[in-house]
Each structure stands twice: as C-alpha cells, then as structure tokens.
Design a binder for this molecule. Structure first.
Ligand SMILES: Nc1nc2c(ncn2[C@@H]2O[C@H](COP(=O)(O)OP(=O)(O)OP(=O)(O)O)[C@@H](O)[C@H]2O)c(=O)[nH]1
Ligand SMILES: Nc1nc2c(ncn2[C@@H]2O[C@H](COP(=O)(O)OP(=O)(O)OP(=O)(O)O)[C@@H](O)[C@H]2O)c(=O)[nH]1
Ligand SMILES: [Mg+2]
Ligand SMILES: [Mg+2]
Lengths: 283, 292
C-alpha cells in the first residue's frame, strides 16, 4: 500500500502563491498541485523545499512541451511562396514591435521579407511599422490612414507574389475581441489573404502581453474563432510578470508558443524555452 | 455569477437547518475563487477574505432567511469601500500652468489617454497643451501630434532633443508663451524594474513638479499589477491611476489590488480607442464587474 503522504499546509501555501501569483489561474494551479501530491504520495520522508521546487519545474516544463515551430518560420518556405504570416492581438500587446524583431530573424534565416502595414486605423501606426521595416532591412507596403486594411493586404500580397518574396508578415490593428465589427474585419482580412494566394494564411500569430491576467484565455479563444490562431508570442517577459497564463493556454487550447519578447530592441525576441520559462516562475 | 454560486452553496447547507462556521468558510472559498479569477492579487484576496469573515459570521448572515444575498451585500460593500469614493477631480496648480504627468508600462494606453484627457479638459474650459516626452518609441511623437491635431490642442514637440528632460524644458517654455494653463506630459512606456528608465522619469517629475502624476494601467493586467503600482508609487508618489481598455471583458481586479496596496485612487476609466473614450471611474461599477 502507498504511504499516502500529502503536502504540508505551508508547502501547499507557497506552491499556491507561486502559481496563482504567476497568473497560472485557479483551475490549472489546483491540477498542478494535485499532480505534485501524487508524485510525493509514496515518499518515505517529507520532501524538502528544493525537492518540491524541482518537481514543480519539471511539471511546468512537461505541460509546456507544445513549444517550437520557430525554426520553420525563420527559414525560407518549403512550399508555396510567399508564406503569409498574420499577426493579431489586443491593443498595445506588442504586435508592431514584434514584427520588426521577427522580420530581422527571418532575414538572418536567409529570407526575402515584406511587411504589410494593415493597421490603417491608429494614429502613426503606419509610420511606426515603416521604421521597424527599415531597421530590419525589409520591404514595406503600407496603406493610408483611414483606408481599408483588407486592400493593403491585397496590394502587399500581390506585390510579394510578383517580387518572389519568401515571407509576408501582416501587421493588424489592435482590437478587443469584444468588438464584433473589428473581429468581422479580421475575418475579412483572412478571407482576402486567402483569395490572393489561393490558400489561408500559413501562420496566424497571437501576440499576448505577459502582464495580462485571466483575460488572455478569452483572447486566445475568441481570436482563434475569427482567425484560426496557429501560435503564440508572449511579449514583455523582461518585466516582473511571469506569464503563467501560458500553462492553461497550452493545456486547454493546445496552442504552440513560438517566441518570447524580452525587450524593445530589434534583437529582443527569443525562441520559447519551457525550461527557461519554468525556471523564471519557480526560481 | 458569484451571487448564483453562493445561492447554490447555501441551498445545500440550509437544508440542514442552522448555518455553521464551516458553512460560512465554504461561501468564503467561493468568493476567494471569484476574486482570483477576476485577477485580484492573491495576497489582497487573502486579506480581504479575513476582513469580511468576521462580518460574515455575524447575525446579519447567520440568522438571515437569505444568507447568500447577505454575503453578496457584505462583499460588494467591502469591495466598494476598498476601491474608495469616486474621486475623478484633478488637482490644479495655484500658479498656472497645471502639469499632469502620465506614466506606466509599455502599451498601457498613455499616449491615447493623454489626448483623451486633453479633450476632456479643453471641453471643460482649460487652455490645454500636450508635451510628447517619449523620444524612444518609433513615431511616438507623431502619434501625439496626430491626436493633438484631431482635437485642435497644441502639441509642443521637440523630437530632436537629446533627452525627455530637454524636450520637456523646451516645450514648457513654448507652453508658457502660448498661455496654456494645463500641460499634459506623455512619457515613454517603461518597466518598473528598469533602473535607468525609472531614474529618467523621476528626473522628469522633479523638473516638471506636476500637480498630478498618473499611472496608466491596462485593465487586463493580472497579478503583476501590485508590483507595478507599488514601484511607481515609491519612486514618484502617484496621485492617481487611470485604468484603460475597460471596454473589453477583463474583470479589472487589478484596480482593487493597486488601490488596496498603494492607497492611490483610480480617477478615470479608458473605455474606447476613440478620444471620447474616457469617463470618471465608478467604484461600485468595477466592484460589480469584479464579482461577475
Ligand atoms: N519591455 C518590452 N516592451 C515591449 C516588448 N514588446 C513590445 N514592447 C513595447 O510595447 C509597446 C507597444 O508595442 P506595439 O508594438 O506598439 O504594440 P501593438 O500591439 O502593435 O499596439 P497597437 O497596434 O496599438 O495595438 C511599445 O512601447 C513597445 O516598445 C517586449 O518584449 N518588452
Ligand atoms: N479599446 C481601447 N483601446 C485603447 C484604450 N486606450 C488605449 N487603447 C489602445 O491601446 C493601444 C496602446 O495605446 P497607446 O496610447 O499607444 O499606449 P502607450 O501606453 O502610449 O504605449 P507606449 O508609449 O508604447 O508605452 C492603442 O491601440 C490604443 O488605441 C481604451 O480605453 N480602449
Ligand atoms: Mg501596432
Ligand atoms: Mg505612448
């Protein structure tokens, strides 16, 4: 028979604090703690703090193994050209900046890249992206402020096909998923991209701010409905937020996490590492 | 909603007759879960629950025919008290111009909020001007200049300045010459753990000596809100918080966390991308929103 060892109240408390305090959320935290209890139930003596920390790090790493996919994105496409990467997310999450960083990585990977500025709404959005395109050394097709974003997508993709571009990255306006007309606009952008290239976007990246709490789950669900999100980029992990929301995102929605943003410079985008992430959360 | 969850908790319990302390703790657990799911900070939730526990064990609940309703009342009152009285007035300088400094993390909505406040104050009769002191983000100055044109408020931009301090100093002279009585200063987004950038904004605050130093925070911010608010408050002495993007469906628990930990009042709510998307902060409304 098993020894049935359970967690001490103090250990339980400190585990809860790490998990909840990292935005892992109640449901996922409870599940993780139950798993840890199973892991220690047959121990002959009480686990030390260090042992529990190791267990927790391993557990988190295992839950996030749906990482990767960034190498494919950075090398020239194997299939049809151009590869179309659509970047979406709520206001201020870091989409425009991330696109500059991503384009730079793709250039290093030997690609000819075109950036499409389909945020025709926000003040100075086109100018901001144009500066990033210049920094990354890639071509830029922008719209006019107040214009139709779908027509920028149409023009950029047509130009990319004519120029033999490897990858087109499309920047879109920040939008709250609660705004139905804006989500409809996003669906239209996806449709128009499909019409020009004859297939849906190859990659739809949801850019999430690491400081976001439980709303990130709602964002991921809603954006997935309108734009078939294929991967996540978590920005602003250079702050003190732990981005624990990645755990329920990974376990409940199965979304691969491709990159982490670690700053405001062009080089501040790194491939997601479950081990590094777990270490950052647990210590 | 929390009210419904508590009803079902008490329904199970009331069938046994009198309520016990354990029953109350069962209801408090539901409240704890609701607050955590609303992004209220873990430690703030713990303190809040222990504060209301005593009242929840009192006669008003234990002897009530509708204990769930009584508990919801206590929680709602507790949250509204914690969030403080609605206080959206802005301090004015005894000798004009009034200076208002907006600070916060990257992407929280400072630049947009700066223009929204300018519009609001102009409509109330102030001679407002805008100072773009973010020289680092690409096209940040253009962004504020564009917004200023939209609302016909002068923007004194010196993007070639070598520092935000210099940009502010030059703008401040222009504002004086133009007869502005209210100067709104937009700053670059920064991390509270970036020592250089925190030093920079502290120096700007010393030079500008603003009547209002406002932390602009995204309503979807999670557990990290207390760290951010505490750090900015310790370095700058905040006079207010503006919670943005409340037109989304984030519950906004960060409001409770920040207010409870720093005592700084939330003065306005950002409720849209347009420049009319600003309204006074209503504590009872956010309390209901947090409780779902
Ligand atoms: N510290 C830090 N800041 C970041 C990171 N990624 C983006 N930012 C900053 O976040 C702010 C917002 O970035 P944007 O790229 O404008 O965000 P966006 O999603 O395009 O915003 P909208 O188009 O307005 O929705 C800028 O100040 C960026 O420099 C990151 O990984 N770390
Ligand atoms: N829906 C909505 N969007 C908002 C609100 N406030 C700001 N935004 C949007 O949020 C995004 C970021 O706003 P900015 O004003 O650029 O944020 P910021 O804090 O100045 O960003 P940095 O200067 O990079 O730190 C933009 O897309 C804004 O339109 C709001 O109350 N509701
Ligand atoms: Mg953008
Ligand atoms: Mg700004």
């Amino acid at each position: 028979f098993g020894l049935g060892r359970t967690l001490q109240a103090a250990d339980m408390e400190s585990l809860e604090e790490i998990l909840i305090g990292s935005d892992v959320g109640v449901a996922s935290s409870e599940r993780i703690i139950k798993d840890l209890e199973k892991a220690i139930s047959a121990l002959p003596s009480p686990p030390t703090q260090d042992f529990l920390a190791d267990l927790l790090r391993e557990e988190i790493t295992a839950l996030l193994s749906a990482a990767g996919g960034h190498q494919v994105l950075e090398s020239p496409p194997e299939g049809s050209r151009p590869r179309v990467v659509l970047v979406v997310g709520v206001n201020g999450s870091g989409k425009t900046t991330t696109i500059g960083k991503l384009a730079a990585r793709m250039v290093k990977g030997g690609q000819k890249v075109l950036i499409a500025g389909a945020d025709t709404y926000r003040a100075a959005a086109i100018g901001q992206l144009e500066i990033w395109a210049r920094r990354a050394g890639v071509d830029f097709v922008g719209g006019v402020e107040g214009g139709d974003p779908a027509s920028v997508v149409h023009d950029a993709l047509s130009a990319a096909m004519a120029k033999g571009v490897d990858t087109v990255i499309i920047d879109t306006a920040g939008r709250l998923h609660t705004k139905i007309p804006l989500m409809k606009e996003l669906e239209k952008i996806v449709r128009v991209a499909g019409k020009v290239t004859g297939r849906p976007p190859d990659s739809v990246l949801l850019v999430l701010d690491a400081t976001t709490g439980q709303n990130a789950l709602v964002q991921a669900r809603e954006f997935s409905r309108s734009a078939a999100v294929s991967g996540i980029i978590l920005t602003k992990m250079d702050g003190t937020a732990k981005g624990g929301i990645l755990i329920p995102l990974s376990t409940e929605l199965g979304l691969p996490i491709l990159y982490v943003g670690l700053g405001e410079g062009i080089g501040d985008l790194v491939p997601f590492s479950p081990e590094e992430f777990a270490k950052g959360m647990v210590g | 909603s929390l009210a419904e969850k508590l009803e079902s908790v008490f329904k199970k319990l009331k069938t046994r007759g009198k309520l016990s302390e354990a029953d109350i703790d069962a209801s408090l657990r539901e409240i704890k879960l609701a607050l955590l799911e609303a992004d209220v900070n873990f430690k703030v939730v713990k303190n809040f629950i222990s504060d209301i526990r005593e009242r929840a064990l009192g006669a008003e609940v234990m002897e009530s025919l509708t204990p769930a309703q009584q508990v919801v009342k206590i929680v709602h009152a507790g949250l509204t008290d914690l969030l403080g009285k609605s206080r959206s007035s802005l301090a004015r300088a005894s000798i004009p111009p009034t200076r208002i400094l907006l600070v916060g993390l990257q992407g929280s909505g400072k630049t947009t909020t700066c223009a929204k406040l300018a519009k609001e104050l102009k409509e109330k009769g102030s001679r407002v001007c805008l100072v773009p002191a973010d020289l680092s983000r690409p096209a940040a100055v253009d962004q504020l200049v564009t917004l200023g044109k939209k609302i016909d408020v002068p923007v004194f931009a010196f993007p070639e300045s070598s520092s935000s301090l210099e940009a502010y100093a030059k703008a401040s002279l222009e504002a004086g010459r133009a007869g502005c009585d209210t100067v709104l200063i937009d700053t670059a987004g920064r991390l509270h753990v970036d020592e250089d950038l925190m030093k920079e904004v502290a120096a700007l605050a010393r030079a500008a000596a603003p009547q209002e130093t406002i932390l602009v925070v995204d309503a979807m911010t999670g557990q990290d809100a207390v760290n951010v608010a505490r750090a900015f408050h310790e370095r700058l002495t905040l006079t207010g918080i503006i919670l943005t993007k409340l037109d989304g469906d984030a519950r906004g628990g960060a409001a409770l966390s920040m207010r409870s930990v720093t005592g700084v009042p939330v003065k306005y709510a950002g409720v849209g991308e347009g420049l009319d998307g600003l309204e006074p902060f209503h504590p009872e409304r956010i309390a209901s929103r947090i409780l779902g």
